[in-house]
Write a protein that binds this ligand. Structure first.
Ligand SMILES: Nc1ncnc2c1ncn2[C@@H]1O[C@H](COP(=O)(O)OP(=O)(O)OP(=O)(O)O)[C@@H](O)[C@H]1O
Length: 232
């Protein structure tokens, strides 16, 4: 489903004329199969976001190949990549990134509105998904009337509403207490099992990484296969 090969990226850091070249990715190779949950662990500054940004096509790598469903994405132009991204990826962020002026229902509905889906179809689809992630009772709440865990459920539902095959998650439980973190990790596992969704999760948190089938550690610009401590 995802094949990353020989990915290299270097940032130029510092004042113009006096830049230091900092290699962040030094030949990263990673295969993710359909229906797999893969976690990428790494300390702050190890390059996790850089890797995710390149995978999602927000950044072009210095060199290397990224194939998603057999399509090489590093050669797509911005407009092509934007379309490809919409069809292929859903995003889950640490700070939820919900629209404060829209209810939970409307936040989940928004991507379908943007796609131009008819209202009755949208409502049916959103309702079904809200049931699946356990949000029916709070569908008319605004984000500031929801708990952190509920907000993350809304953001997961929004990521899923367009049926992307791959979910990219950046510290999905970073803003949550440990009990709520457990609920969200269970939801990720159950969505993976019931819908066969593929997840790539970047995190510095071992507990989060334990939800994955496979773990890697990004260290000194290289990806090293990690050992799971225990299953959740
Ligand atoms: N746009 C940029 N320009 C220059 N340097 C950058 C840029 N983005 C990231 N870096 C550098 O690249 C390195 C990796 O950053 P990155 O954000 O990928 O790490 P990370 O593992 O996601 O960290 P965190 O867990 O703190 O989010 C850091 O040293 C950072 O300073």
């Amino acid at each position: 489903m995802i094949k990353i090969q020989g990915l290299q990226h270097t940032f130029a850091i510092g004042k113009k004329g006096k830049e230091r070249r900092v290699p962040v990715l030094k030949g990263v190779t990673l295969n993710v199969e359909k229906g797999e949950i893969v976690a990428i662990l790494g300390k702050s500054g190890s390059g996790k976001s850089t890797l995710l940004n390149i995978l999602a096509g927000f950044m072009a790598p210095e060199s290397g190949s990224v194939k998603v469903g057999g399509n090489e994405t590093t050669t797509l132009n911005e407009a092509q990549m934007a379309n490809f991204r919409l069809e292929s990826f859903g995003f889950i962020f640490q700070n939820f990134q919900l629209m404060p002026g829209l209810t939970a229902f409307e936040n989940v509905e928004l991507p379908l509105k943007i796609k131009g889906m008819a209202e009755h179809e949208r409502r049916k689809k959103v309702q079904r998904l809200l049931e699946e992630v356990g949000l029916v009772a709070v569908a008319d709440h605004y984000p500031n009337e929801l708990s952190g865990g509920q907000q993350q459920r809304v953001s997961i539902a929004r990521a899923l509403i367009t049926d992307p095959p791959i979910l990219l998650a950046d510290e999905p439980t970073g803003s949550l207490d440990s009990e709520t973190e457990g609920d969200i990790l269970k939801l990720i596992r159950s969505l993976n099992q019931s819908l066969g969704l593929t997840f790539v999760i970047i995190t510095h948190d071992e507990e989060v990484a334990n939800v994955a089938h496979r773990q890697y550690r990004l260290h000194d610009g290289e990806l090293v296969k990690g050992e799971k401590r225990h299953a959740i």
